[in-house]
Design a protein around this ligand. Structure first.
Ligand SMILES: [Zn+2]
Length: 354
């Protein structure tokens, strides 16, 4: 097999987690967003990028994702208009293109973006009928992000894919349904669907039946399905996720707890999208246990078992990382970079066909 060195493909990255402090500071000034944390009302001035970093980045590992989620919410405070979202998306996509010059795939949490926009208009989102939610809020956001992507691709020549993210928080089936129906009209501009989101409770990675029905329906137009699993929950979560026949699983590192699940991953050829810094910061106890059990970093152990693995930055701003940094970390952990690149290239070819 021919080895193409340094295939810099970021295959797991979220748009909401890609708003750098510098971009937030600049866009706040450009669009005169005089809201916290971007504007210090008492001092009467905009926050600097260095000041914003304190509220947009976590540095301490914790099994409680509250601080991380707080960073996402802090950045979302800038989603005050479609224009602001478009400006931030363009900056995030440009930064992704620089970070991963062979290409990147970004997930778009369209429901939460639309909900945030409505809340900034001082309207309870549940009061917005599903059809209006989709047509008046979600669709203009989606169109603006797609247009921003197209501009960045034209300017940089770096291929950038967008994936619809549907959250397992699943706040309202009718609103998700309306959003999904609207998205099918933009399917040609998207590369697939992702299931994401942090939830509390006994089951940290639920797949509600109504969400599964929406995924099934979307698959005709967007066949490439990825699902976050085996991150906040264990190998069982990966096992039930495999029943949905996804093309890839976000994280999935905790499949290592069960050799039978690892075997299923190998046999199915499903790719795991592994994000080392994200795991170190958000599931430190699970990572420590895996390292102790396998005498290797999860990505190394998965590769040795024959599981296809690609690398992602996940949420570069809140996790204070980048694709380039994840790549350097992978090298230090003893990851087989040639195998990683071969798996990334294969996954990218599959995405280009989808
Ligand atoms: Zn993720």
């Amino acid at each position: 097999m021919r080895y193409t060195p340094r295939v810099h493909l970021d295959l797991h990255r979220h748009l909401e987690g890609s708003h750098s402090a510098a971009a937030l500071a600049d866009v706040a000034r450009e669009l005169d967003l005089r809201v916290p944390p971007f504007f210090d009302v008492a001092a009467g001035r905009f926050a600097t990028a260095a000041e914003l970093t304190r509220v947009t980045t976590v540095t301490t590992p914790s099994d409680d994702p509250a601080a991380f989620y707080g960073c996402i919410v802090a950045a979302r405070a800038a989603y005050v208009s479609v224009a602001a979202i478009a400006a931030l998306a363009e900056r995030a996509l440009r930064e992704a293109a620089t970070d991963a010059p062979a290409g990147a795939e970004l997930r778009l949490s369209l429901f939460s973006m639309a909900r945030t926009l409505i809340e900034h208009a001082r309207r309870p989102w549940r009061d917005v009928p599903p059809a209006e939610f989709a047509a008046a809020y979600a669709e203009p956001i989606l169109a603006a992000v797609i247009a921003a992507r197209d501009r960045v691709v034209a300017a940089t020549g770096v291929p950038l894919l967008l994936r619809l993210g549907l959250s397992r928080t699943f706040e309202s089936a009718p609103h998700y349904q309306a959003l999904a129906t609207m998205v099918t009209g933009h399917a040609a501009a998207l590369c697939g669907v992702d299931v994401l989101g942090i939830v509390g409770g006994a089951d940290r990675e639920p797949l509600p039946p109504e969400l599964r029905a929406i995924l099934d329906a979307l698959r005709a137009d967007l066949p490439d399905l990825t699902i976050h699993a085996g991150e906040f929950a264990g190998a069982d979560s990966v096992d039930r996720t495999l029943a949905l026949a996804p093309q890839a699983i976000g994280h999935g590192v905790r499949s290592l707890d069960d050799p039978a699940v690892v075997e299923r991953l190998v046999a199915s050829g499903v790719t795991l999208e592994v994000c080392p810094t994200s795991n170190r910061l958000l599931i430190p106890s699970a990572v420590d246990a895996l390292v102790a059990a396998h005498h290797a970093a999860p990505l190394v152990a998965l590769q040795r078992a024959g599981v296809r693995c690609v690398l992602g930055s996940d949420d570069p701003e809140p996790l204070a990382t980048s694709y380039q940094r994840e790549r350097a970390i992978a090298g230090e952990l003893g990851v087989d970079l040639a195998q990683l690149d071969a798996d990334a290239a294969a996954r990218w070819r599959a995405l280009a066909r989808a």
